[in-house]
Design a protein around this ligand. Structure first.
Ligand code: DHE
Length: 549
């Protein structure tokens, strides 16, 4: 099990510090302190990401007591047990929460929310540790690993990442990190791997060491999802940035040591109504290839900040009015445009990172777009397009991304067609591949959440007819029969010849990674290992370094 870092207060403790002693208002089921603490931890680990720390809602519905008490215990219990096709996971029937915990959570959301404390420079500096100083690190690569083909795989509930070799499928190393690492990002040089836990712990791994290890670590808040490094020419590996959900802020750090240099709060007014929001969380962060800037999505207020990192003392931020509920997104194939989902608004926002301006806001025609980083390919009719699937329905939407060569299609939804079902999280293809892959991870139906849809790009007609869906039975290929394993997030190897899918099962159940041959769509390999606990995100070093997707 994972050693608890001594400086790292648990989320339960964070919640407790300011939590009123639970005495239930009239009509609200009572909870003991121990029950409230347990539910509070489950809430932070499972629910806060969608519903917000203050329970004001975003990807998920608002769960403030005025609303939950209106809905009542029975309704909440059923929702938590069975989920909904619109994206609420079926926590009970999937076995992720047991009957006692479902009851606990239904009672918990009827109570007043706990508000965790702030996390400023003193707390960050206390948590910051340089394990190996830059001058004590190797000056050249000291191992024989094929770094470009290495995959950093999140072992979500174990609080670890696995480094897996892309040709031998061997687990080279498992590292203890923060809890439920959300993403891995590579530094521009391809040397440093940055990971961020849901608990806002950032770890920096030096892949040049004989035995790649964590060389610096810091905790940037209580809840977080994003980390990135400076990629502009001349600024490679100079800075890192991490965005937090709680407190709502981001921090710019030294790219060699993670020393915290500048914290920027994102609290402020919603872009259109111009009313104050106490919890505008930092969602996706990307690094511009055209300017020395980080692109920071601020979810609840609907703003995208372009943060110029050339002069941190006289920080220049371009703030773009975009759309509320900004979440994930990625670059187009030229890396000039950033396309990102305002998920609860059903929209895509396009930023021109060269001009530093809004290029377009487009309705996807679907419910809750969730692209991950999206998928770039050359459509036979519409030229370069970028794809997203949806959490709330089965549709895949394609947006034209070539304003020069295909001005008529640029930033318009040029086609939309059904995949396997709602609950999709990620789409994927690769330069040169003829396949677009679409998962349906959160679909309540096991035969759907356990499979992946594939579409042949050269057969996309663009005449309004739906392309044929090929279904890959990934869970069946993994040979896992227990639980409701969910297939999530395809990622290609360095040559673009294989795509890897996680088969994500319960913590005490068997999980796997299934490797598919991209040409033949046949099963190539199944990685099973007792260390592979709840694998979710997979990040190939080369693709992550070069923003290839
Ligand atoms: Fe994610 C990306 C937030 C649930 C796996 N997820 C992101 C990003 C954000 C985000 C803001 C973009 C980061 C960036 O690019 O800088 N995710 C959230 C949530 O708020 C949400 C909805 C709820 C929560 O409680 O966290 C959520 N995400 C999940 C999961 O349940 C997933 C499937 C499993 C897990 O590990 O928790 C999950 N999210 C991922 C992955 C990526 C991601 C694998 C990166 C995709 C990529 O290809 O880059």
């Amino acid at each position: 099990s994972k050693p608890q870092d001594q400086y790292e207060p648990s989320l339960t403790t964070l919640g407790q510090q300011q939590m009123a002693v639970p005495g239930a208002p009239e009509g609200v089921p009572a909870m003991t302190q121990a029950e409230f603490d347990e539910a509070n931890t489950i809430y932070f680990e499972r629910c806060a990401g969608c519903h917000g720390v203050l329970r004001k809602g975003a990807t998920g519905k608002a769960l403030t007591p005025d609303l939950t008490r209106e809905l009542g215990y029975e309704y909440l219990h059923t929702f938590i047990e069975y989920g909904s096709p619109a994206g609420m996971p079926n926590w009970g029937t999937s076995g992720q929460l047991d009957a006692r915990q479902v009851d606990l959570m239904a009672r918990y959301v009827l109570q007043d929310p706990a508000s965790p404390p702030e996390w400023g420079m003193p707390e960050m500096r206390d948590s910051w540790k340089v394990v190996v100083a830059p001058e004590d690190r190797p000056t050249e690569k000291q191992n024989d690993w094929d770094l470009e083909n290495l995959f950093s795989v999140t072992l979500r509930d174990a609080g670890q990442i696995a480094l897996i070799d892309g040709s031998s499928y061997e687990i080279k190393k498992v590292l203890d990190t923060g809890y439920a690492v959300h993403i891995s990002r590579m530094s521009a040089s391809g040397r440093y791997l940055m990971v961020i836990g849901r608990d806002a712990k950032v770890d920096m791994i030096d892949l040049w060491m004989k035995d790649p290890s964590i060389v610096a670590t810091i905790k940037v808040g209580a809840e977080a999802r994003s980390v990135e490094t400076s990629k502009m020419k001349g600024w490679e590996d100079k800075y890192a940035i991490a965005g937090a959900y709680w407190p709502p802020q981001y921090v710019i750090m030294d790219g060699q040591t993670l020393e915290p240099l500048k914290i920027v709060s994102t609290r402020g007014n919603i872009y259109d109504e111009q009313t104050y929001h106490p919890e505008p969380r930092v969602a996706a962060i990307l690094s511009s290839h055209y300017r020395p800037e980080f692109l920071v999505n601020i979810k609840e207020t609907g703003k995208i900040q372009l943060v110029d990192y050339t002069d941190l003392k006289n920080l220049k931020i371009t703030e773009i009015e975009a759309e509320r509920f900004l979440h994930d997104g990625g670059l187009d194939s030229t890396k000039r445009y950033f396309i990102t989902a305002a998920n609860a608004r059903g929209k895509l926002v396009v930023i021109d990172t060269k001009e530093g301006k809004l290029a377009a806001i487009t309705d996807t025609g679907g419910e809750t777009p969730h692209p991950g980083r999206g998928a770039n390919f050359e459509h036979p009719t519409f030229g370069p397009v970028w794809a997203t699937s949806h959490l709330g329905d089965d549709s895949v939407a394609l947006i034209g991304t070539d304003p020069e060569g295909h001005p008529d299609s640029a930033w318009k939804i040029v086609d939309s067609f059904p995949a396997l079902g709602g609950g999709s999280l990620f789409v994927k293809t690769y330069p040169g591949s003829n396949h677009l892959y679409v998962d349906a991870t959160l679909n309540p139906e096991p035969s759907i959440s356990g499979a992946v849809a594939v579409f042949k790009i050269d057969e996309m007609k663009g005449d309004g007819s739906d392309p044929e869906i090929l279904t890959l039975p990934i869970t069946e290929w993994a040979g896992i029969t227990e639980g409701q394993p969910r297939v999530v997030q395809g990622e290609f190897n360095k040559d673009g010849t294989e795509i890897w899918f996680s088969v994500w099962n319960g913590k005490d159940q068997q999980s796997a990674i299934v490797v598919v041959d991209d040409k033949t769509l046949e099963l190539k390999h199944v990685i099973k290992d007792e260390r592979l606990v709840t694998p979710t995100g997979k990040f190939n070093v080369k693709n992550t370094q070069g923003d290839i997707y």
